[in-house]
Ligand binder design. Structure first.
Ligand SMILES: Nc1ncnc2c1ncn2[C@@H]1O[C@H](COP(=O)(O)OP(=O)(O)O)[C@@H](O)[C@H]1O
Ligand SMILES: [Mg+2]
Length: 83
């Protein structure tokens, strides 16, 4: 998925986020996979909005050493936007 996203990242609004969210939902729901969806769009992050969450930390904070990974995790079932 990371490779697909990088390949498509040259244009905005071509459906990268929508594809990633729907793929993650399919993997988590249909195949009962434990699925981690990470928004690595540091310029225009949007996945938190889709799930209706306001994260205190993001992947950039983890990369800088300002937050731990577990401080960034949100369980989607706690969101009204999931399902
Ligand atoms: N297959 C699709 N059909 C119709 N609208 C779509 C489709 N995929 C994405 N969109 C809409 O296009 C807009 C941009 O999609 P998004 O996934 O945020 O693009 P990106 O992440 O590539 O910038 C959103 O409003 C989204 O709802
Ligand atoms: Mg996007």
């Amino acid at each position: 998925m990371v490779a697909l996203h990088r390949h498509l990242e040259s244009r905005r609004t071509d459906g990268k986020t929508t594809t990633a969210v729907n793929l993650a939902a399919s993997l988590a729901h249909d195949r009962h996979h434990t699925t981690l969806l990470v928004d690595c769009d540091l310029k225009r992050p949007s996945i938190a909005d889709i799930f209706g969450i306001e994260p205190a930390y993001g992947v950039d904070d983890v990369l800088r050493g300002d937050a731990r990974v577990d401080q960034c995790l949100h369980h989607p079932r706690a969101s009204s936007a999931w399902w």
